[in-house]
Design a protein around this ligand. Structure first.
Ligand code: IPE
Ligand code: IPE
Ligand code: MG
Length: 250
């Protein structure tokens, strides 16, 4: 499944096959309304529901959402603990609906730091929805792009110690946490910051980047459409020249 954009030219469709989103701006959304930050996170979960639906309608096959970074533990303990509770609540409340809509749920990241309750919920949800094919929804939780690359390297060397003498991109890529998915075609970050914040460092090599000032709780199907329209207007060259692309189209 994993096609490396640096080794092969991927087949670029008019609707992105894989969209990856940094859902940022929940805290600021709440602050503007004199609400506690967690109110923004709660509204953010509602938006996830709408965006999953919109992606299914658009024919997107993979949606990957950054929910909690490996650096987010640095936040006040109260916010971290409320985020964990919200994650548990969302899993309890949403999984059967996701299953009904044919969504396969996956969670990537270092899950060992989560409570055993949360780890069990994740495992059950992944098992229940494993064979669904409408959309693969990946939640990145306690995820960091550098962690992913280091973890893949360790797993690869454990499985094939002889590779210590030398290995290829694809040897490593098959051990990355998103080895089951093609690389993201479109990366979206809401909330106005224009940075990657240690999200999918390896996988974003050739993704089209889209930044919007809109805060995640305000993001909706219409906003998604704007991002897809922007994506459609791009020329994805993957290292080639524009003239080469024109001649293959003719
Ligand atoms: C993103 O919103 C959600 C998480 C990181 C969990 P923020 O909480 O970062 O919102 P801002 O950036 O402070 O507005
Ligand atoms: C990135 O948002 C992580 C998530 C959305 C989960 P942050 O708000 O934590 O990113 P920085 O710290 O501003 O880069
Ligand atoms: Mg933020």
């Amino acid at each position: 499944m994993f096609v490396s954009s640096t080794e092969l030219v991927p087949d670029a469709q008019s609707v992105p096959t894989h969209i990856a989103i940094i859902m940022d701006g929940n805290g600021r959304w709440a602050k503007k309304r004199f609400l506690p930050r967690v109110a923004g996170h709660v509204k953010g979960v509602d938006v996830v529901r709408d965006i999953v639906k919109a992606c299914i309608e658009q024919g997107v096959k993979y949606l990957t959402l950054f929910a909690f970074s490996s650096e987010n533990w640095r936040r006040p303990q109260e916010e971290v603990s409320l985020l964990m509770q919200l994650f548990v609540k969302a899993l309890n409340g949403e999984v059967s609906r996701l299953h009904k809509h044919g969504v396969s749920l996956k969670v990537i990241g270092d899950l060992s730091r989560f409570s055993s309750e949360l780890q069990a919920l994740i495992q059950n949800a992944e098992q229940l929805t494993a064979n669904n094919t409408q959309l693969t929804l990946t939640i990145a939780a306690n995820y960091g792009g550098r962690w992913d690359i280091l973890n893949a390297t360790q797993r690869m060397l454990k499985a094939r110690p002889e590779l210590v003498a030398g290995f290829t991109e694809s040897d490593l890529a098959e051990h990355l946490s998103m080895a089951y998915a093609p690389e993201p075609d479109l990366f979206i970050r809401t909330g106005g910051e224009e940075r990657i914040s240690n999200f999918l460092l390896w996988q974003l090599a050739y993704s089209e980047l889209y930044f919007t000032a809109e805060l995640w709780p305000d993001f909706d199907a219409n906003s998604l459409q704007k991002a897809i329209d922007s994506y459609r207007s791009r020329e994805r060259r993957f290292g080639r020249t524009s003239e080469q692309l024109q001649s293959t189209k003719a």
